[in-house]
Design a protein around this ligand. Structure first.
Ligand code: PPS
Length: 572
């Protein structure tokens, strides 16, 4: 197929400046929905034409078509349900035909929507059909079941203003801005490269080759909306991309940032990415091995086959009007000191092929090990090292859990002193009793209040961890689901070391240091953990401490040894 770009402007959903000002005032009286970060990304691409032909959040009929066979009710191809999920409580207040205001997280009205549809989706069916499995290990399925509201609202959107971005403004373009840029430069064949990772030499080589093969100019089009949890943050990535841009021959290549919220939907996602790039004026699109793959499912297997995305894209490229350039797996051939496509190396047995996987790269970064020049550019490695110092310099949280009187506070204090003696990072102790005097002074011991207490401790610990400090927490934290949630909050920024202080309830009651067990037995304290309220024993803590036959100093020392074995403190 031969595609030449049609760079005429595409329709946007914005009203004119004057009308926007009026509409904004009017919309102040509408019921309003505060958009989630993902919905803000979706809205931006709806309004600027990136999701063309969509004119708003999907109606029920369009949704059913997209879920079942990747088509809107009018037959146009669209593989991803772009839906406005809301709470039941909000949905109950909305009448069909009503206009609502869509606000960002600070309350700024970005758009209005006329609600034409309101329905409760079958989320399991959506998960099966769109993502291939109803399995929470898939990040978009997890989102669907655990974060998205129960009800979907659909209807056409009227754009008032773009979401506000304060970062990298000069690098952000709407489809029409990019089309105008291509027109101005006389670019008629443009190959887009989608990425959510830093670029290393192999990527630079493959994108360069793809552009040569397609006889096209190159658009590096990284996603800066939402990517897979755990990815390198986009601030770091953009600084890395800027360093790599200099490595391409002058004026052949440009970079623009795409505010997309990825779903990691593999084959469907690839087709969606193609439609978006077509809207941005591109003629070619690079599709890799395992494009937008979400990793392993809960049975430890890949969600999609490595070439499923390429196969589905090939089927639809004519209709989208964008040609696929399939990704070459580039490897480094040491003897020839260059990158070559793996499947084109005829003398494989006679040469040394070098490759560093993503996992190996992360290991080297976290342990402060060398990253060779053949693998990446020094500027990129320097940026990555700034964001991800070795583990022994990163922040982390030690989270003690156990019954009242189990010895958590005493061991936590001893640990704090030992860590302060070592120096290097600030140490903060968030002890159960102290937190309840300060941060959570108004809370009691109902399940709801305990959860709130632990989530607050987790929030403070995650901030400390993010900023390179050591947080030591010592609450009872009786419920495993809450501990898991706190672990997830903290692991975005650093290690979470759960230590179960496994003193038995009998021993705690025998010690009864504060006299509380006696009162609990007498019914004078209600909902007392271990007596009249449950404690979920941690199944897989990083460390379990037996305090009944071991002294405090030794317990704290066991924690230090654990931290050392995890690389969190330098060897002692
Ligand atoms: S929780 O469940 O994690 O929110 O509890 P936490 O904040 O760690 O509890 C701190 C101390 O409160 C005392 N206390 C009780 N504990 C358990 N159940 C009930 N009903 C209760 N009422 C008061 C108890 O002494 C806890 O102190 P520690 O330091 O654990 O001995």
């Amino acid at each position: 197929m031969t595609v030449l770009s049609n760079l005429a402007p595409i329709p946007e959903l914005y009203v004119s400046y004057d009308s926007a000002e009026k509409l904004k005032v009017e919309a102040g009286n509408f019921k309003s929905h505060d958009l989630t970060p993902r919905q803000i990304c979706d809205l931006e691409l709806l309004m600027n034409g990136g999701f063309s032909p969509l004119k708003g959040f999907l109606s029920e009929e369009d949704y059913n078509g997209v879920v079942e066979n990747m088509r809107l009710a009018d037959g146009s191809l669209f593989p991803m349900p772009i839906t406005l999920d809301v709470s039941e409580k909000f949905a109950d207040t909305i009448e069909i035909g009503e206009d609502i205001a869509l606000r960002d997280q600070e309350g700024v009205i970005l758009a209005t929507m006329t609600v034409t549809d309101k329905w409760v989706p079958n989320k399991s069916n959506e998960a099966e059909k769109v993502f291939g499995a109803d399995d929470d290990a898939h990040p978009a399925v997890y989102y669907l079941h655990n974060q998205a509201g129960k009800v979907y609202l659909g209807g056409p959107v009227t754009g008032i203003q773009q979401p506000i971005h304060y970062d990298f403004r000069a690098r952000r373009d709407t489809p029409n801005e990019l089309r105008a840029y291509f027109r101005k430069l006389g670019w008629r064949r443009i190959v887009a490269f989608q990425t959510r990772n830093p670029l290393h030499r192999a990527h630079q080589e493959l994108t360069f080759r793809a552009a040569k093969e397609a006889q096209a100019n190159l658009l590096i089009h990284p996603v800066v909306g939402m990517t897979k949890p755990g990815d390198v943050d986009h601030f770091t990535r953009v600084r890395c991309y800027e360093a790599v841009l200099d490595k391409y021959p002058g004026s052949t290549t440009t970079m623009s940032l795409l505010p997309l919220a990825m779903r990691m939907a593999g084959p469907r996602e690839a087709v969606w990415h193609g439609i978006i790039r077509k809207n941005y004026g591109c003629t070619h699109f690079i599709v890799g091995r395992d494009h937008a793959g979400p990793g392993k499912n809960s049975a430890g297997e890949d969600f999609y086959g490595p070439y499923d995305a390429q196969d589905l894209f090939r089927e639809h490229q004519e209709e989208i009007g964008i040609e696929m350039v399939d990704f070459k797996h580039m490897v480094y051939v040491q003897e020839r000191a260059q990158y070559e496509p793996n499947d084109e190396i005829a003398d494989k047995d006679d040469v040394t092929i070098l490759n560093i996987s993503g996992t190996e790269l992360r290991r080297r970064l976290s342990e402060g090990l060398e990253i060779p020049e053949w693998f990446s550019f020094p500027e990129v490695v320097a940026e990555l090292r700034k964001t991800k110092p070795p583990r022994s310099q990163q922040g982390f949280t030690v989270f003690f859990t156990g019954f009242s009187g189990s010895g958590k506070s005493t061991i936590a204090n001893a640990l704090m002193v030992k860590l302060m003696e070592m120096g290097g990072r600030p140490v903060t102790l968030l002890d159960g009793d102290i937190v309840r005097k300060n941060l959570s002074s108004e809370l009691g011991f109902s399940k709801e209040h305990r959860d709130l207490n632990i989530r607050r401790i987790g929030y403070v610990a995650s901030e400390i961890t993010k900023n390179g400090g050591i947080a030591i927490c010592a609450p009872i934290a009786p419920y495993s689901a809450t501990r898991r949630a706190v672990r997830e909050d903290i692991e975005q920024y650093g290690a979470f070391v759960e230590v179960h202080v496994a003193t038995s309830i009998e021993e705690c009651e025998r010690r009864d240091r504060k006299g509380l067990y006696k009162l609990a037995r007498e019914g004078k304290i209600k909902e007392f953990t271990g007596i009249s309220d449950p404690y979920d024993v941690p199944e897989h803590p990083e460390l379990r401490l037996d305090t009944e036959n071991v002294d405090v100093d030794n317990c704290a020392h066991q924690v230090i040894l654990k931290l050392e074995s995890m690389g969190l403190i330098a060897a002692i």
